[in-house]
Design a protein around this ligand. Structure first.
Ligand code: MF3
Ligand code: CO
Ligand code: CO
Length: 274
């Protein structure tokens, strides 16, 4: 049996119970998430050949501070950067560094700002200069996977409906779904119950209810699904070194469907962002 609890009545920790948030809580999520989305919009101007991922991290840190927000990843479980930057075959949790981006690379930037205790978690893919058609297609498939997952979000549906929508589409496009990482409850905690798997079967998992708040963040590979984590303890890569992509939104379940808290104010969806 799944336990649901009014967030205002729940302890500020992950007890496994699923928190249901009220209108004021949704407003808190909107504010943090919109700053995250604005940051991701702004980054489209910075990301080009020669930009270092450290310069991206500096921007995320400074833009946050200028807007009274703190990056949630900074000192999170030993992670020392303000965002994750994951290039080409890096699936997620890439660590920003001083190496310049090169023409033809694809990079995911994952930002989570905290404002008034609320976490707005989102990521997008960026193209570094001109990219190959295969990379472009992977980015299209991954974005559409996320949006099909989001379309499955409404009261009465289940987390399995989200997973099936993503997996069915991605695999029909001859891509594969990463199993080792998933979406998650989000709100006053960075990572909370429930887990949102990006694969599975319709009708299985947890029933969606108005007030639930979570991320969907499919990682889709051109090759095999399996991943490994490098010796730095963070960087996850595809075992076959095939290209991988990810998009992430933070969303809230409403009476009729869902609200995408991290929607781009500029209307950006997939690159090129212009
Ligand atoms: N933002 C990531 C997510 O989508 C988590 C990054 S945790 C870090 O859940 F420590 F790697 F930064
Ligand atoms: Co997330
Ligand atoms: Co994220």
């Amino acid at each position: 049996m799944t336990a649901y609890i009014e967030a205002s009545q729940a302890p500020l920790k992950n007890t496994g119970a699923i928190k249901l948030y009220n209108d004021a809580d949704f407003e808190g999520m909107r504010k943090a998430s919109q700053l995250t989305a604005r940051c991701l919009d702004e980054l489209s101007h910075l990301i080009k050949p020669g930009t270092t991922t450290q310069a991206i991290d500096d921007f995320v840190n400074e833009f946050g501070r200028a807007n009274n927000a703190v990056p949630a990843t900074l000192n999170y479980r030993g992670f020392t950067k303000s965002c994750c930057t994951s290039i080409n075959h890096v699936v997620c949790h890439g660590i920003p560094n001083e190496k310049p981006l090169r023409e033809g690379e694809i990079v995911n930037v994952d930002v989570t700002y905290v404002i008034d205790g609320w976490h707005g978690d989102s990521s997008r893919m960026y193209a570094v200069g001109e990219i190959k058609r295969a990379a472009e297609r992977l980015i299209e498939v991954t974005y559409k996977s996320l949006m099909l997952g989001i379309e499955a979000v409404k009261p009465g549906n289940t987390t399995g409906d989200i997973g099936e929508a993503i997996q069915t589409y991605a695999e029909a496009q001859r891509c594969s779904v990463v199993r080792e990482f998933c979406g998650h409850g989000v709100g006053q905690l960075f990572h909370d119950a429930p887990n949102i798997l990006h694969y599975g079967n319709a009708g299985e998992g947890i029933e969606l209810r108005p007030g639930m708040v979570f991320t969907i963040e499919p990682m889709i590979n051109l090759g095999r699904p399996s991943v490994k984590v490098l010796n730095d303890g963070w960087t996850a890569v595809t075992r076959d070194r095939s290209l991988t992509a990810q998009f992430e939104h933070s969303i809230g379940v409403t009476e009729s469907g869902c609200e995408i808290f991290t929607q781009s104010p500029a209307g950006y969806t997939i690159p090129p962002y212009e």
